[in-house]
Design a protein around this ligand. Sequence first.
Ligand SMILES: [Zn+2]
Length: 454
Amino acid sequence: MDDERINAALRDATDTQNVTIGAGMLTSVNEVFGQSFGDQPAVVVADENTFAVAGEEVRQRLQEAGRTLVDPYVFPGQPTLYADYQNIVALAEALRVHETIPVAVGSGTLNDIVKRAAYECDRPYMVVATAASMDGYTAFGASITKEGYKQTMTCPAPKAVLADLDVLVHAPPKMTASGYADLLGKVTAGADWLIADALEVEKIEPQVWSLVQDPLREWTGKPNELHAGDRQATEQLIEGLIMSGLGIQAHQSSRPASGSEHQFSHLWEMEGLGHGDHGEPPLSHGFKVGVGSVAIAALYERVLQRDLSTLDIEAVCRTWPTRAEVEQAVRAAHTIPGLVENAVTESLAKYISADQLAQRLALLRERWPEQRERVAGQLMTADQLRAMLQAAGCPTSPSEIGLSWAEFEATYSRAQMIRRRYTILDLATETGILAECVDELFAPGGFWARDVAS
Ligand SMILES: [Zn+2]
């Protein structure tokens, strides 16, 4: 692991103090725990799978070191643990009985459950990662389903994170592939931030940008090796995922790690795509982000091909919808109750008047030649991203994740409505070119055309 990079990131992090990555690191679990929590007692929280993989060893090592422990809290291994609020209520209740520091042993869902439950008990926690499967270990907030609606609930990131490469390389290959797709999504996320920065919607914070973007090509450069279980490629992946989370902590927003590719993923997630209702394991966050990244990179190619420095601003502003019309369009495009209200709020939060639009587009016209190059330098082609994802064992087309072509095509306009974060979807909407760009992607010769045909 690159200690210098991690330490630089930890200096700006608000919650996390200690990140330990390396082979055989489970042996240092008590030491790492002690650095953040001193002599406090601990409780291991896992599910049956992760308890077998690392939880029992963590418990044993803490015990052998003389630490006070209570019995582990172990969720069932089957069906796959779900980040439902009920699980948080149950865990928080169990935690309140004693004054232990929870040590989560697991990955995405388990970490999210412990993160929120610990927060509800006013307690910090530690996580021992069992898979390089997503960037949520060190991110603040937990992705939880409450009353049927998936939301990000407030809660601080863990104080200490330990990742043993010997554990990570033996994680289910699909989990590692998911983490890779989540990390590779930072390519389009970065492009979106560049766009928002150029239009003075959301400034780039250079230090945070560097944490995630400077080493990104290095972290994601060995998809074949990663797929083959290579230790070094796995180390680069977990470092990238943990650094992305630290970037989110430092920025107090997911902007450094999440753009329009995540909006695709969030929309599908909220609509229940691949929730595993029929007993199969749920479709991972990363796999949805991966398909979203290819989709967004393909859209970028269409947009960047245009010369927006000659955009007819008056013509665009003449057909600009009113607030009421935007709300109407959002309600027509979304039908799930919790989702539609949220989408209306988010869409109106970023609504600008025709006058404001004229100003923004004037800025765009002026800056386009320079910004087009800057964004192109950040991006990879959709073909490149697809090849890298395939090499890592990730799905890259809608049919592979159970999405129809019609639903997939509609995602380009519907995803724009669900978050206020400014992305390429907003730029394409505001310049009036989104529909024609999407048409081009699905027309004969377009990026998605060959897949639709096959
Ligand atoms: Zn993500």
